[in-house]
Design a protein around this ligand. Sequence first.
Ligand SMILES: [Zn+2]
Ligand SMILES: [Zn+2]
Ligand SMILES: [Zn+2]
Ligand SMILES: [Zn+2]
Length: 361
Amino acid sequence: MGSRRVELGFVEEAAAAWRLRSEQFPCKVGGRPAWLGEAGLPGPAELRCGVCQQPCAFLLQLYAPVHDRPDAFHRSLFLFACRQPSCYRPAGPAPGSLRVFRNQLPRKNDTYSYEPPPEEPHLGEVPCVNLQLKCGTKLCRVCGCLAPKTCSKCHNAHYCSKDHQVRDWKAGHKQLCTQSAQTANVILDHKFLFPEYEIVIEPEELDSSDTHETEQEDLDTNEELTFADNTHEPVESLDENLLETMAKHETQDDKSFQKFKKRISLEPEQIIRYCRNGEGPIWISATNIPQETEIPNCVCGGKRIFEFQVMPQLLSHLKVDSLTESIDWGTLAVYTCAENCNLDNCYMEEFIWKQDVSSCV
Ligand SMILES: [Zn+2]
Ligand SMILES: [Zn+2]
Ligand SMILES: [Zn+2]
Ligand SMILES: [Zn+2]
């Protein structure tokens, strides 16, 4: 990735496990994170949901090197999401129920080969859950994140938090813990991780006549709005004024939604739209679009630029539907440091804006 054209991401089922490991620099949804750098991983405090205080689950990662930056020869973005539907209610700057981190490494580093990864798995390699970084750092057996806590009985099980220790205990570690070293190492199903998929990236193909049509449509829309404003009868009462505003809003929202639908109709299965510092996100509604001033600068002081957006189509792959309330978004727009600042190869937190499907449509 890295060109100015929009690149689309699609989920693909059942990729071989080895293809989703760190050494392969994968783009993937769900499962445990395939960490890139081994230094400065986000800790339990940074991965805790800002609303309910529970640990967030790994949602997806994109491998997105920046070609003119030797220190970002490898570069990945990691997105985490709370599993609690009620933590998604407010739109706008994600309220801490969504977290995104950027990590980058030079080509010559302590963890990965200087040469590109092999196209095939090593012979005799058994696919297993990676609960340890190469450097020996332990990962939580529930979520795959940093695990400062250890089971005091078997000393074999590591956890990010009390919450995940309890989850594992209830899922069966209680029985397996003291039986033998082998049983204590069994990885149970905690019903915490999102289902795992590979993300396949393809450039968006736009028909040139289609682009023209979209531009023309934009012009039409603007003209229409100006026209309506100019010929507007003086408003007589506040109620009428309010109604008018609402009606206008509704049409605008409807237009945004129609445009959104039209653009994605070419590739309706897309779950990611990637275009760093190029074309901006496509919005699902006309309300709740961030102003430039609403995108905070990076900790380095640099401006943040749009990098990619997560589409609502991803939700249907996450198996989060429920009869009551589900995790939900219209689109998630991710903004990252334009400077790609790099502090000791640490994971840097970036910014997410959540836009909901307008209630008008
Ligand atoms: Zn939460
Ligand atoms: Zn955990
Ligand atoms: Zn134990
Ligand atoms: Zn920065």
